[in-house]
Design a protein around this ligand. Sequence first.
Ligand SMILES: *[C@@H]1O[C@H](CO)[C@@H](O)[C@H](O)[C@H]1NC(C)=O
Ligand SMILES: *[C@@H]1O[C@H](CO)[C@@H](O)[C@H](O)[C@H]1NC(C)=O
Ligand SMILES: *[C@@H]1O[C@H](CO)[C@@H](O)[C@H](O)[C@H]1NC(C)=O
Length: 520
Amino acid sequence: MLASRERQRSLLPALAAAIFALSSLFVGAASASPSPSDFTVHSISVNHELGGAHHKLSQLHLVQQPDDPAQGKKYYIGLSAAEASSLSQNEVNLKFGPGVEPFQRATTSLRAEGSVASSAGSADLTHLYSIDLPENFLEKSPEGIATPNITISIDFLFHRLASPLPKLIGQTDSASLLWEGDSVPRTPYGANKVRVKARTPTSQIHSYNLAPSFPDDAELMTKSGATITVGPQVNVQSILTSPDIQQLRVHYGYESPIVSIVDLQRHVEVSHWGDNLAFQDRVWIRNDGPGLKGHFSRVEHQLGAFLKRPSKNLLTDFSIILPSGAKDAYFIDQIGNVSTSAFRGTPPNAAHITKPAYQLPADQASYLHLQPRYPLMGGWNYTYEVGFNLPLSKGGWLRSLKKGNQYTVAVPFYSAVRDMPASKVKTRIVLPEGATPISVHVPFEADSVENEVYTTYLDTIGRPAVVIEKSRAGEAEAANVYVQYEMAAGADLLKPFVVTNVALLLFIGAVAMRKLQARG
Ligand SMILES: *[C@@H]1O[C@H](CO)[C@@H](O)[C@H](O)[C@H]1NC(C)=O
Ligand SMILES: *[C@@H]1O[C@H](CO)[C@@H](O)[C@H](O)[C@H]1NC(C)=O
Ligand SMILES: *[C@@H]1O[C@H](CO)[C@@H](O)[C@H](O)[C@H]1NC(C)=O
């Protein structure tokens, strides 16, 4: 059924034009502003996959090739403020006409273009993103036949968009989440037809509605299993001229803990002398699920575990997957060594280093299984430190380049934990003393990449370090960062005397230990 939602668009054209003029006062630094007449959009279909720690969204835009190619190099889309601030990853796939030839396809990503007020005086901001269309998508076909369509498919991954409702529940109760999002996509061009779907992880949908509500809302929505569909709606207006968008609200059951890494600080030391890459991660995790009503009862918790009916929204344990060759792993928290952890290492394998650890075959990856001191209830947080070593040259992490005294070290940016997105990751890679960084290759868009000098009491002049920060990291960021550097001639051998003395002491200590062990 096609329902034209005229009531949302009751503005007179002249008034709309005036509002458009006002709303073109961009809040952010948009490089060029889109105009509703740049593109004719045949249809947009939107699919939300509601979740807990993650939320997936895909949009499919069917767009007519513009008559004037100059107008349409950039195609804009919009997200709500909540979506923009939770956006973690995106991928754009473009197809021109039938899309059978390689030049009729392209893959790219979104570029942030600042934000714009949806209508005059509205507090609702739309964050604009642009997509560069390849030149040949805009060329007129020489035969002058009907203009082909351009298909734009965008996949988004957001961190947590739904929030617990109720906010507090009993220890053994099930959690429910409320998601609220746009019932029509934000497009500066308007669209002939749009459809929005939201699918919940289980078929447990407590309620769904549009807000603010209108008498014919029920006709516009259908529910089938775990999917709510809004529309299709026809003749949808440009976000630049439309009043605030009706919100789709879905209240659904969620049966897993919703845990995120609030902050992760990785410290890595590269040692040529020790042939080692030493990792130390300081991690703060939090259960973002509903808080606990009343007190935590360990008896009830243990009874639940005994009856194999554990509470579904608390986190008792999890695993960190480490690269092949990881060794000497430890897990400590504020109280000290956590003995309930288990580590299973695997031999180093240089052929594996380009694969993120979580993608390694089960028998090749090293596992660190962590069980915090107490189960993590909703609203609770836990801080801990995890460390391990990787064999530098034997593991294939260090390559020496032919040219002079140059090296490239590969360092995993962080260890992604399944279903635990990281709000903020900061990784410091400390190079050996005497090294001069030449270049840093980061395979994703980092918030910042900086050089600094890292000094401890053992250093005489400090060591060069590279510090990389990224907010809203996920599995895509659990990749290697490559740092290329040059060692001053002889720096590998001639350690400043402080280090040499300490090294000598350690060496004598190690020899003594070995002698003792040999005797024992
Ligand atoms: C483009 O898509 C629209 C809407 O589906 C369709 O009516 C039109 O025929 C398509 N144009 C071409 C050239 O395929
Ligand atoms: C921590 O525990 C592990 C094994 O449970 C042990 O090997 C290690 O020595 C302990 N470390 C400290 C600092 O107590
Ligand atoms: C942990 O949670 C409490 C509230 O439950 C909060 O006050 C505190 O700042 C949080 N952060 C850390 C690092 O413990």
